[in-house]
Write a protein that binds this ligand. Structure first.
Ligand code: ASP
Length: 323
């Protein structure tokens, strides 16, 4: 019997202790702990890695602290476009949705694609129609709204005109003098993901996001692209967060498993090379979480912080934020 384990992330970026107050830090820690405990219970009951990561990401989408589902960031046009993916390492079945605007839980739509479709990736209105036919919940765009995200978007448009990593936008806001800033230092959010190894040694990964703040309409990041922001096979399960374009160009999540398979690298070294060497070489910022069949877990990031945690069945959950 394998010692089952789940790891989660809530996004990476400019997350510093100096910009966080104790109450908000506690909120994040408790949210991460709650999600880890739910995943841990599924694994302890003999559930699959696939079910554990799907449920963990669904819970993270429900939490407005993170940039996925409720609490998603805004596009340049002030709209919401969400991406999600899920992959089963045991079968290499995968499902994903991109640019969806009306789904309460994009990860459940991705899972429905995995379970019930011959296809892997659906986009836009077709993804929503597929999800609706599967009985999944549609919501009005206002469902995703949070005041903090909205203010963050306005600041990103005004200050830089560029698309920003969620946590970097929050940090930019935090640089403003106290009292003048609608998005203060304690407003930090993030893309979410989970990886797990179940008691049979099967692996799975799931990732979900609102993307980067102030992105162009129609932009799709790494999250729903199998191999870029989400990947699982019999070597490793990987979920990524960061500047999506560079994760696409390095095929980051797949590269972790590929280096293990072809170069015989251990999980930790394969992940380190992707996050600390290959991504920075093209300006990529962010991190990833990864697990292998032996239950080894690694959570590297090249930013100031990454919301993250690990829970092994039968052990206390372990949550961290800063570097
Ligand atoms: N990787 C995501 C994207 O580019 C953003 C993030 O991880 O915060 O859409």
């Amino acid at each position: 019997m394998q010692a089952a384990v789940i790891a989660i992330h809530g996004g990476a970026g400019t997350i510093t202790r100096a910009a966080m107050d104790a109450a908000r830090e506690r909120e994040y820690i408790e949210a991460l702990q709650h999600v880890l405990q739910a995943g841990q219970r599924i694994l302890a009951d003999g559930g699959s890695a696939l079910d554990a990561v799907t449920e963990a990401v669904r819970l993270l989408e429900e939490c407005p602290l993170f940039n996925a589902g409720k609490g998603a960031v805004l596009t340049h046009a002030g709209t919401y476009e969400l991406d999600a993916a899920v992959m089963d390492g045991a079968t290499r079945d995968a499902g994903a949705v991109a640019c969806v605007t009306r789904l309460r839980n994009p990860v459940l739509a991705a899972r429905a694609v995995l379970d019930h479709s011959e296809h892997v990736l659906f986009a836009g209105a077709g993804a929503e129609a597929f999800a609706q036919a599967q009985g999944l919940e549609l919501v009005p765009p206002g469902y995703y709204f949070t005041q903090a995200r909205h203010d963050q978007w306005q600041r990103a448009r005004g200050n830089t005109g560029m698309a920003l990593l969620d946590h970097d936008a929050a940090a930019l806001a935090a640089q403003q003098p106290q009292g003048t800033d609608p998005l203060d230092a304690d407003s930090k959010f993030g893309t979410v993901g989970a990886v797990a190894c179940d008691s049979r040694g099967n692996l799975a990964a799931a990732t979900s996001t609102g993307g980067v703040t102030n992105k162009q309409v129609g932009r799709v990041g790494d999250t729903p692209l199998i191999g870029a922001g989400c990947y699982a096979d019999d070597m490793a399960a990987v979920s990524a967060t960061g500047t999506g374009e560079m994760f696409i160009r390095t095929v980051a999540a797949h590269d972790v498993a590929a280096q293990m398979r072809y170069a015989g690298l251990p999980l930790e070294e394969a992940a380190r090379r992707v996050v600390m060497e290959k991504l920075p070489a093209i300006g990529g910022r962010g991190g990833l979480i990864a697990v292998d069949r032996a239950g080894n877990v690694t959570l590297p990031f090249n930013t100031e912080g990454m919301y993250r945690g690990v829970a092994r069945v039968g052990e206390a959950v372990n949550v961290s934020i800063y570097g």
